[in-house]
Ligand binder design. Sequence first.
Ligand code: NDP
Length: 337
Amino acid sequence: MQNKRILLAGRPDGWVDDTHFTEDTQPVPTISDGEVLLKTLYLSVDPYMRGRMNDTKSYIPPFQIGQPLSGGVVAQVVESKNPKFEVGDTVMGLLDWAQYSVSTGEGLRKVHGGGYPLSYHLGLLGMPGLTAYVGLVEVGRCKEGDNVFVTAASGAVGSVVGQIARNMGCYVAGSAGSDEKVAHLKDTLGFNDAFNYKTVDSVHKTIAGCFPKGIDVAFENVGGAQFEAAIWNMALFGRIALCGMIADYNISREDMPVGPRGMTNLIGRNVTLQGFIVSNYPDAAPKWDAQCRAWLAEGKMTYQESVADGISAAPSAFVGMLKGQNHGKQIVKVSDE
Ligand code: NDP
């Protein structure tokens, strides 16, 4: 049996493309006492991985050139020399971008579909879903009746933010990068309003039109011009949950624009601006899991996935997601259960 892996070939300076990745084929590894052999079923491609391609110190270490990339993976135990795991168990962990990998079991969590696809553990029932919940409820201190704005609103995190806000009885408007995505937000996800940030004449004026009383909670996934426009439209005592700034991820440090402008607005309006990393909120995970499953059962949570096929498709799925080609959560199906 052979094991295809995706390795980092080089570090991008600016935009990432397929040349920054390479694929190799190795024999499937053997395991020692205490280890398990895992067959990858699904792997997650996430925006934060772009930061790990840079050789910079961060909350998570950089990928190494010539070594496999790694990230959220749902896998099946195919051989076990660890008493805690049996052949056939499905697990979730931070594992290599490979068809097979070896683990000591540390950091692995057994997962069950529970009536939903196993891939949901990489999205709605996993890190992106929890990010939406933590950012909106704990960081953004969102409450019934608030006016909520979310950017990258049709993506893995943003689509859940909007639905949580809607379920909590808030007014919610979002932005996305195509008319098709905007229609999905309004027609399927129940956003009160949405706009295509690429085609409106003025993002600033469009946000002002959506929020005549100002934004109480801005869930920021993008940065750049949209973030600046949100800053000018915040309500008194508004909260900004700074989740991500994907508009900056493929800009080299030298080319990074100055900004955002208008920060003085945050002083006069007593606005709280707080960044957060979801892994620092582990206590929220059981709360989100229970709430999300309840909403799924009641038909109050809709979820969309873009599925790329096969490990070799992972690099282009990753680059495509950074360019907005995904609809909902981008995953890669590596093998059948
Ligand atoms: P998405 O599923 O939303 O995919 C990324 C989307 O970003 C694209 O589909 C695209 O949508 C949008 N995008 C890309 N470039 C730009 C740009 N220049 N301007 C505006 N939009 C752009 O990804 P996730 O939901 O996984 O992540 C969303 C954000 O949340 C990211 O910034 C990510 O880093 C952050 N994040 C933060 C976490 C934390 O703990 N703080 C945890 C998880 C995610 P479109 O077509 O609409 O442009």
